[in-house]
Design a protein around this ligand. Structure first.
Ligand code: EPU
Length: 417
């Protein structure tokens, strides 16, 4: 088993380039099955979640070709719409394939993705959305089948804002007959980017990036070139890493306009940041404890809550962290306490961090992707040696993280047990 070994308390310096956005990439890969034509995706990150999704597409019959960070997908050979259930189980977000496969082939069978460490992760909103578009649902316990001879546009009111539900219904409705309106849709920047691509391919989507999306169904879609946006979560995790370690680092090739709220919160907390059109530079800052609440976009992203909590262990005073989106996303904080942090859990959704505390290196295990990045940041702040196990979770979403962090002076290496 491989682990990361980190020797902390060394300032970082230099430039780190942000990779393409995981959560945009997964959806464009799913969207590729909506058409028979070949699409090309540029700036795609080589991460485990993308590898799992490409394995699923290949198992369906798609032909994939990698050239550096460009992926070409030829879906013309897809002959079946029942993906390998073992592959599906390896990737929670494979659920985003259900809608496009249903729309193109009229039938799909998927495993229930089930809960994960960050929360219960139900799929009720996907299923009720597909049903509203005319799909019949057959539940087989561990898996379910969706069938529809013809999908018909509908008005769908989401009782809860959900990113992947919004994206799934938007993709599916492209090939439904008539008009679909999604009310209370999510507004994350990856959603208008996906809509823009689909529109280039012949879809008729308006309102993506607002709480109401309208989709006029079309008979078919073509395909084209999609330039993946930089990963806003990765970008800001690096910013928080720079601040937490008191370093001057320049995070390049990012889109600060996707991070307005979190950057404003960081500045209010005392962060000295230089923000350019496509870069953010951190400087040594005196940080004050701060209160945050995670929120759907454009609020404070839940995916940055764990790195921010680590940052607040290095801020002076008290911080209240309120995780509102997922019910299991604060349990990594006991690992920070083991390193010397002073964090009190009020309930599963809220913790109080008292800082500034000295952290000490520890043997840790990464519980999930974003908490894993938070543990790397904690390890870089800590005195002594930290080892992090279960690094698959981290490599699900961060491309070549060890060499990239070493290039900015981090003492991190991958070791074998
Ligand atoms: N929800 C339901 N029913 C559903 C679907 C969702 O109750 O059918 C609930 C969820 O349990 C949660 C809330 O709705 O409480 C909102 O979650 P959402 O559905 O928006 O999350 P998601 O679409 O499954 C995406 C990202 C997550 C990110 C969240 C929130 C992808 C592949 N995943 O998940 O990213 O945390 O939006 O922004 O886009 C990550 O990258 O580490 C990650 C977890």
């Amino acid at each position: 088993m491989e682990k990361y070994k980190i020797i902390g308390s060394h300032p970082l310096s230099g430039e780190i380039k942000v990779s393409g956005a995981k959560n945009a990439a997964l959806k464009i890969l799913a969207a590729s099955v909506l058409s028979k034509d070949t699409c090309q995706i540029n700036n795609i990150p080589q991460i485990e979640d993308i590898k799992r999704m490409t394995e699923i597409l290949e198992s369906l019959g798609a032909k994939l070709l990698w050239h550096d960070s460009t992926l070409t997908i030829d879906p013309s050979g897809i002959t079946k719409s029942i993906p390998d259930q073992q592959l599906i189980k390896k990737l929670r977000s494979s659920i985003v394939l259900a809608g496009p496969l249903l729309a193109r082939f009229g039938e799909v069978t998927m495993s229930h993705p089930g809960g994960c460490i960050i929360g219960k992760r139900p799929i009720d909103l996907f299923l009720s959305g597909f049903k509203a578009l005319g799909a019949e649902i057959f539940d087989h316990g561990e898996s379910f089948t969706l069938k529809a001879k013809k999908l018909t546009g509908a008005k769908i009111v989401l009782p809860k804002v959900s990113v992947t539900v919004t994206e799934s219904l938007m993709m599916t409705a492209c090939l439904a007959q008539g008009t679909t309106t999604i009310i209370n849709s999510a507004m994350e920047p990856e959603i208008p980017a996906l809509a823009q691509y689909l529109n280039k391919c012949g879809a008729k989507i308006t309102g993506a990036g607002t709480p109401q999306i309208i989709i006029e169904g079309v008979d078919g879609l073509s395909a084209g070139i999609y330039e993946l946006m930089p990963d806003r979560i990765e970008a800001c995790s690096f910013v928080m890493m720079g601040l937490a370690t008191g370093s001057k680092i320049k995070v390049t090739d990012c889109r600060p306009e996707h991070l307005e709220t979190v950057l404003a919160i960081l500045k209010n907390a005392g962060a000295d940041l230089e923000i350019g059109p496509d870069y953010i530079t951190t400087k040594t800052s005196y940080l004050r404890g701060t209160e945050i609440q995670t929120h759907e976009y454009p609020g404070f992203p839940t995916d940055l809550q764990a790195p921010f909590t680590v940052l607040m262990t290095q801020a002076n005073g008290r911080s209240l962290i309120h995780e509102t989106i997922f019910d299991g996303r604060l349990f990594y904080t006991d690992k920070l306490n083991a390193m010397g942090a002073d964090i009190i859990m009020c309930d599963p959704h809220r913790v109080i961090v008292s800082g500034k505390t000295k952290l000490n290196g520890k043997k840790l295990e990464s519980p999930d992707l974003r908490a894993g990045m938070a543990l790397i940041i904690a390890g870089l702040c800590a005195e002594g040696e930290t080892t992090i196990d279960n690094i698959y979770q981290i490599e699900r979403g961060y491309e070549n993280i060890v060499p990239r962090l070493r290039a900015i002076g981090a003492k991190i290496e991958k070791i074998k047990d």
